[in-house]
Design a protein around this ligand. Sequence first.
Ligand SMILES: Nc1ncnc2c1ncn2[C@@H]1O[C@H](COP(=O)(O)OP(=O)(O)OP(=O)(O)O)[C@@H](O)[C@H]1O
Ligand SMILES: O=C(O)C1=C[C@@H](O)[C@@H](O)[C@H](O)C1
Ligand SMILES: [Mg+2]
Length: 179
Amino acid sequence: MTEPVTEPMTGPVSPSVVLVGPMGAGKTTVGRVLARRWGVAVRDTDADIEADAGKPVSEIFVDEGEAHFRELEKAAVAAALASHDGVLSLGGGAVLDPDTQVLLKDHAVVFLRVGLADAVKRVGLGSARPLLLGNVRGRVKQLLDERTPIYEAVARFAVETDGRTPEQVADDIEERLGR
Ligand SMILES: Nc1ncnc2c1ncn2[C@@H]1O[C@H](COP(=O)(O)OP(=O)(O)OP(=O)(O)O)[C@@H](O)[C@H]1O
Ligand SMILES: O=C(O)C1=C[C@@H](O)[C@@H](O)[C@H](O)C1
Ligand SMILES: [Mg+2]
């Protein structure tokens, strides 16, 4: 007699939370705090792209250009949404892609809000963020103005980060998620 074959029960995999927001909002930092608290893995699409390409985002912008980076980003976000079940932080511009916007509708997306002054303080003057080169304050303002409506549209809710520590931001997210 042959034993019946039983398949393991596997449900669809989905991140517990997806963090979006501008550069300096704290997506990477707050993502790490939440993942540590919940005992889950954290994933960051900028880091995934850098690992695959074998170089920093800033070098991809210089060598291949922003349009190529956005293609890599779109694929990295789709892969992470489909396969990661911990905390997921997206690059600041990932929400610009219309297909990504559609995918995000099925996820617990949280917008980390940051104002101009705190964003500028946090990103500093380093060269790791290629879109800010030249005029950090002016570029941050432009990106905040252009993208805030998109972050608001894709997110289930927003949390304020100005003047608050990453731990306080994480507290707010837990409260809003009921965790
Ligand atoms: N709530 C906060 N208060 C003060 N500093 C913060 C806060 N959140 C993050 N930071 C600091 O700001 C800097 C940027 O944070 P982080 O890299 O997490 O931002 P990000 O949203 O992931 O940016 P990017 O889109 O460029 O990846 C880091 O030095 C971090 O330590
Ligand atoms: O806001 C953006 O467009 C970016 C944010 C970073 O996370 C990186 O993905 C890259 O520097 C571009
Ligand atoms: Mg980040």
